[in-house]
Design a protein around this ligand. Structure first.
Ligand SMILES: Cc1cc2nc3c(=O)[nH]c(=O)nc-3n(C[C@H](O)[C@H](O)[C@H](O)COP(=O)(O)OP(=O)(O)OC[C@H]3O[C@@H](n4cnc5c(N)ncnc54)[C@H](O)[C@@H]3O)c2cc1C
Length: 366
């Protein structure tokens, strides 16, 4: 089949990779460069971790996620995972860190528990007396997104796919597998896969009842000089507990250290809205991390990057058919780690026409 993939984030690139391996003829169209720094997949790194709440089912899917990345590293000839493990810090009973710990326990996945005094000795950037416990798991780390995107685009071109950058799709033909571009030209195919991230609502506004768009930002920081070595050796911090919904990625893969918090996201109806950082935004994000991070004002903000992403109400991944188009949204703030696996599953569903099976898998109901 001739298949057009709209969007060169991780979902689109991985789908194209898997479709090419299944011997389809593939054209991928991206509105910006690959990687696109404005896309959810366009930042330097994203976290992979086994931790999920016990009822979600996504913790179980991590086995497949790792297996799919391994297949991709083999094809790319490079491994873009920094497997430094992850750390969670619980500050309040029932906080997200605790929910993740219960998920690990329920699944029988191993982790190491630390009392605060022990944790502060190993990770001196933590502030004693501000948290209940910390735990570490080896099943996690940082995926280097920009390197993955560049590697996949190169692999796709080398393996016969058409990869168009800076080409915006403005219409998706419902009953024909074709797309219209901003310059008035048309690309004809048999099927279309739309993996347009937060921009999907510009193509399919009617999905606005299911997918809600948010704008957020991440703060890159330079840690205090005497803590730099500790951060270099640290796991990713998946959750700092309490109500912060905060995570940190230490320097990894040549990229700086960053702070991000779910508290910072705001709803928007437009993925392109307010994409220039606002004055003081990085410091505001950084300050959310005290406690449990000690000496927070000594972390110098070096860069702020903005992102747009979509969420479903129950934070599960989503797919729907629109004529010959299959629209896929694997995000809700936690989709990158599944990128390679999503690509394989979407390509398989195109091949065997089992879109219902794909939907169940995307919802982690298998
Ligand atoms: C701040 C933040 C932190 C996150 N942290 C994590 C994490 O730690 N771990 C994790 O697993 N997940 C995380 N996520 C979620 C993860 O980033 C997303 O699930 C994933 O990147 C979504 O990939 P995608 O390909 O679906 O969308 P995107 O990466 O947004 O890609 C969509 C692409 O489609 C292109 N496009 C859109 N419209 C058109 C068009 N009309 N024509 C052509 N091209 C078009 C866009 O330019 C873009 O490149 C985070 C998300 C955010 C925003």
């Amino acid at each position: 089949m001739n298949i057009i993939v709209v969007g060169g984030g991780i979902a689109g690139l991985s789908t194209a990779w898997s479709l090419v391996k299944a011997e389809h003829s593939v054209t991928l169209v991206e509105q910006g460069p690959i990687p696109n720094p404005l896309a959810a997949s366009g930042d330097h790194h994203r976290i992979i971790r086994r931790a999920y709440g016990k009822a979600t089912g996504y913790g179980r899917l991590i086995t497949e996620a790792y297996e799919a990345w391994d297949e991709m590293w083999t094809d790319l000839g490079e491994n873009h995972l920094d497997p430094r493990g992850f750390l969670c810090i619980s500050r309040e009973e029932g906080d997200e860190a605790e929910i993740y710990r219960e998920g690990l326990e329920a699944g029988g996945y191993p982790f190491q528990l630390f009392q605060p005094e022990q944790a502060v000795e190993i990770w001196p950037f933590l502030e004693a007396g501000t948290f209940r416990y910390a735990y570490f798991s080896t099943e996690g780390g940082a995926l280097h997104c920009r390197k993955i995107a560049a590697g996949l685009a190169k692999w796709l071109r080398a393996n016969g796919a058409n990869v168009y950058e800076n080409s915006k799709v403005v219409s998706v033909g419902d009953e024909r597998g074709s797309v219209g571009l901003e310059d008035g030209s048309e690309i004809a195919g048999d099927r279309v896969v739309v993996t347009a991230g937060a921009w999907v609502l510009k193509l399919f506004p009617e999905l606005g009842g299911t997918l809600k768009t948010y704008r957020t930002a991440l703060a890159y920081v330079e840690p205090p000089a005497d803590l730099r070595a500790a951060w270099e050796a640290a796991p990713v911090i998946l959750d700092v507990g309490g109500k912060t919904d905060g995570y940190m990625i230490p320097p990894s893969g040549g990229a700086g250290m960053k702070f991000g918090s779910g508290l910072h996201k705001v709803p928007t109806s437009d993925a392109d809205w307010n994409r220039d950082p606002v004055a003081g935004e990085g410091e505001a994000i950084r300050n959310l991390f005290s406690p449990p991070i000690a000496r927070i004002e000594e972390y110098r903000v070096t860069e702020v990057v903005t992102c747009a992403y979509t969420f479903t109400k129950d934070e599960r991944f989503f797919a729907t058919e629109k004529g010959k188009a299959l629209v896929v949204s694997a995000c809700s703030g936690h989709g990158y780690k599944f990128g390679a696996a999503v690509g394989r599953r979407v390509a398989a569903a195109i091949g065997d026409d089992d879109v219902d099976g794909l939907k169940r898998w995307l919802r982690a109901e298998v």
